[in-house]
Write a protein that binds this ligand. Structure first.
Ligand code: PA5
Length: 446
């Protein structure tokens, strides 16, 4: 098994004492997680999800994906937060960087996303693109009541019914939601859409390995069995407490760094395909740990791109940060820098080298410079960018997040803070049932 490699050499010595002292606490947090005895224990379904995902479910998802692939050139995934970022992260990591410019291929629909914002232009322009095209919709919402996807779904469903007719539209819409409750469940049952259930005990940001992520990923043409197999191997690797358990090590080190005043973690990648993996990671850790006045702030940069914009700050700004680099060992393509007789650009010293060799030296040079500048550096090496490795890294981060949250002393599985903006928005929009809040908020605005 080619496993993900965690290298903490260039971070551990910054906090040797704190790191040592947290071994027992990290083991205890892992035990609490495994035994289901901590806060939020009703939401631990993700912990054993890879090993318990049945072939039957995967087969059914693949069949649905085939139906959408055969009948659609575009499939729009409607969802936000945990109902969006996991699929987006995996599809971006596995796709050609310029896939969008190639257009749909036979039985390979373009997977688009909506309901992850409330952009008027975004929705109007998406609908313009879809006009007259063969498209389908995967609508995803655990609660089934989230406003952003509800607006997008209403618009897209109306368009699909108007263009394809009611009967055909039903066959082109799949809903992923709660088994029993929520407006989306009611609508799906009434309209007769095919549905998939998001297990009760799996929270949104931990749901990428349920149909929430698996169906869009399968529609995009990627192997969900390999994804699950990578995650299942990581589930085994990280199950038992040990100083070598990589999820426990990462959680322990993050907490040691946090205690020593490193309040921001920057996830850095050296591959543009990993941009959305960082977005998914930010939600996972931000929503899980940022509560009760505590929590590392999860930030991200794309390198080397952002070295030319954020490099100065990272090297020399306030020393409250540490960096976690995701590095891909083997690019899937070999591409070399050509020789140039005139050498006017002065880069003939690189001629014949793989572009990745230059990238890896940029990575090493950056690490040495940042460490020298007082930024601890954690390195996570993925063997390659494929389904198996992505399954591994997804589960690795989920497990580390659960352990880390318990070590921090928060409930990593709730998100009470997310409700605050919604309450204000509903009050401002005068949603029925919010009359008291509407009056209160309007009085504040006078
Ligand atoms: O992780 C979470 O719980 C949230 O970010 C949700 O995923 C997000 O708010 C979307 O919720 P829902 O799937 O209920 O529409």
């Amino acid at each position: 098994m080619k496993t993900l490699n965690l290298d903490i050499t260039h971070a551990q010595y910054f906090v040797e004492k704190e790191y040592e002292s947290l071994l027992a606490k990290s083991a205890e947090a892992l035990e609490t997680l495994n035994n289901g005895t901590g806060a939020g224990a009703d939401f631990l379904g993700w912990n054993t999800l890879p090993s318990s995902t049945s072939d039957e479910l995967l087969g059914r998802i693949e069949k649905t994906a085939e139906r959408l692939q055969e009948n659609c050139d575009y499939v729009v995934c409607v969802g936000i937060g945990g109902s969006y970022l996991g699929a987006k992260a995996v599809i971006s990591a596995l796709s050609d960087n310029f896939a969008d410019f190639y257009g749909p291929q036979p039985k390979r629909p373009k997977v688009l996303f909506a309901g992850q914002n409330i952009g008027e232009e975004y929705l109007a322009e998406l609908q313009k693109l879809l006009k007259g095209k063969r498209f389908g919709i995967i609508v995803i919402s655990k609660s089934g009541t989230t406003t952003e996807p509800a607006i997008a779904f209403r618009l897209l469903k109306d368009q699909l019914v108007a263009e394809a007719g009611e009967e055909k539209a039903k066959n082109l819409i799949v809903a992923v939601t709660d088994e029993k409750k929520g407006a989306l469940r009611t609508m799906a049952d009434q309209e007769g859409y095919e549905t998939y259930v998001i297990p009760d005990n799996v929270g949104g940001r931990f749901s990428v390995l349920t149909p929430v992520g698996l169906l869009p990923i399968a529609v995009a043409g990627f192997d969900i069995k390999k994804l699950i197999s990578g995650a299942a191997d990581m589930e085994r690797t990280t199950k038992h407490a040990s100083p070598e358990n990589p999820a426990q090590e990462y959680a322990r080190l993050r907490n040691a760094l946090y205690q020593s005043g490193k309040k921001t973690e920057i996830l850095a990648n050296f591959n543009p395909k990993l941009h959305y993996l960082a977005e998914w990671w930010k939600q996972l850790f931000g929503e899980s740990e940022g509560k009760d006045g505590k929590g590392i702030f999860p930030a991200s940069v794309d390198l080397t791109t952002d070295l030319h914009s954020m490099g100065q700050w990272i090297q020399d700004g306030e020393r409250t940060i540490f960096e976690t680099v995701i590095s891909v060992k083997e690019p899937s393509i070999t591409h070399r820098i050509p020789e140039d007789a005139a050498n006017l650009d002065g880069i003939n010293y690189l001629a014949g080298k793989r572009i990745d060799e230059v990238n890896k030296m940029a990575e090493l040079g950056t690490m040495l410079a940042h460490v020298e500048g007082g930024v601890p550096n954690i390195r996570i090496e993925l063997h390659a960018l494929d389904e198996y490795t992505l399954g591994q890294v997804i589960y690795f981060f989920e497990k580390a997040c659960g352990i880390s949250g318990y070590m921090l002393g928060v409930n990593p599985f709730d998100q009470p803070g997310v409700e605050a903006y919604k309450k204000n928005m509903f009050a401002l929009l005068e949603k029925p049932g919010y009359e008291k809040e509407t009056a209160a908020i309007k009085s504040k605005l006078k």
